[in-house]
Design a protein around this ligand. Structure first.
Ligand code: HEM
Length: 305
């Protein structure tokens, strides 16, 4: 499932950015797809790595800057990739682009560049595109649509409960205090790096009844979990995740469609291994393998896709 979901995620991102797809039918250049995949994979690997220089600053002066050097090289690769996309769109724009066509993000940014060239430089456009990257019923005669999601509270509960027990970013992103402050009686000097252990908050038995049990129904009508800062898989506040709306829709639509269209089974008698591996986004220790077959009632619809 991991490689399939990875390809889906890359397709969603590149369709928003440049209006093309890398996997499945009507795919663009395979070499370009692999290059994009490598940049995204490396970004996650390097962002999850510990920079020893952050904890022992003296090492920086001794020249131990391995991670920093790798990040600079990665930034250059990302810049090159984005610049190629910008050039490709420029060429397309100068040929004939129908006004009716829905615009990709690069097209919108390039048209802004025409009106405000001082602000929307190529460098700014590359930065905006990359931020997006760093950072998605029953059996009926139609496929699940985004507009169905608000009517599916249990599906939403499954997603919220999964993000409670297995938060993708268990320590959120590192934050730094801009000035001295006092939090819960503790003095926090300016420039302190803060990690929020949301894994611990979301498993705290004082806040959650039977925290180690998977109970999607606990989220039924429970908006206050969010307001009480006890459910924080997307962080909160000004530096909270700007992709939350997109992510919850894509995850809801993907999971809902997989349940709607297929019957799922484990590959053997053993329960699914839920142990956690290491990495920035808390991957599974063992990628998920599962068996699926189309639901008989969905065969006709699936064969038309
Ligand atoms: C299930 C999917 C996702 C989860 C669980 C998630 C979670 C998070 C978390 C925990 C943070 C750090 C927040 C903090 O430190 O307070 C974050 C930041 C961020 N996320 Fe997401 N995210 C998801 C999907 C996305 C998507 C789809 C995008 C963009 C298309 C995105 C873009 C970003 C960006 C740009 C930041 C940095 C925000 C900043 O520093 O101001 N995320 N995300």
């Amino acid at each position: 499932m991991k490689s399939t979901f990875f390809e889906l995620t890359l397709n969603v991102l590149i369709r928003i950015i440049a209006g093309k797809r890398y996997y499945g039918e009507h795919m663009a250049d395979l070499e370009e797809a692999n290059w994009f995949k490598r940049i995204v994979t490396e970004t996650f690997e390097l962002s999850g790595a510990t920079n020893i220089g952050d904890f022992v600053p003296a090492l920086k002066y001794l020249g131990v800057r391995g991670l920093e050097k790798k990040l600079v090289i990665l930034q250059k690769k990302g810049d090159g990739f984005m610049q190629d996309l910008i050039e490709e769109h420029r060429k397309l724009q100068s040929s004939s682009v129908s006004e009716q066509k829905r615009k990709t993000k690069v097209e919108v940014l390039l048209s802004l560049q025409e009106t405000e060239p001082e602000y929307y430089t190529d460098e700014i456009i590359r930065g905006i595109m990359q931020t997006e990257i760093d950072n998605h019923i029953g059996q009926s005669c139609r496929l699940l649509e985004e507009s169905d999601l608000p009517k599916l509270p249990y599906l939403q509960g499954i997603i919220s409960e999964t993000l409670r027990m297995y938060p993708t970013g268990p320590l959120l992103a590192p934050h730094e205090s801009v000035k001295d402050c006092t939090v819960g009686g503790f003095h926090v000097p300016r420039g302190t790096m803060l990690f929020m252990n949301i894994w611990a908050i979301q498993h705290n038995p004082k806040l959650w009844a039977q925290p180690d049990q998977f109970k999607p129904e606990r989220f039924h009508n429970l908006q206050e979990e969010r307001d009480g800062f006890v459910w924080l898989p997307f962080g909160a506040g000004r530096r909270g995740c700007p992709g939350e709306g997109l992510a919850t829709r894509i995850v809801g639509l993907t999971l809902g469609s997989l349940i709607q269209c297929f019957e799922w089974e484990r590959i053997g008698e053993e329960m699914v291994d839920m142990r956690e591996g290491t990495g920035l986004t808390m991957p599974r220790a063992q990628p998920l393998l599962a068996k699926c077959r189309p639901r008989p009632k969905m065969l006709a619809l699936l064969s038309q896709l």
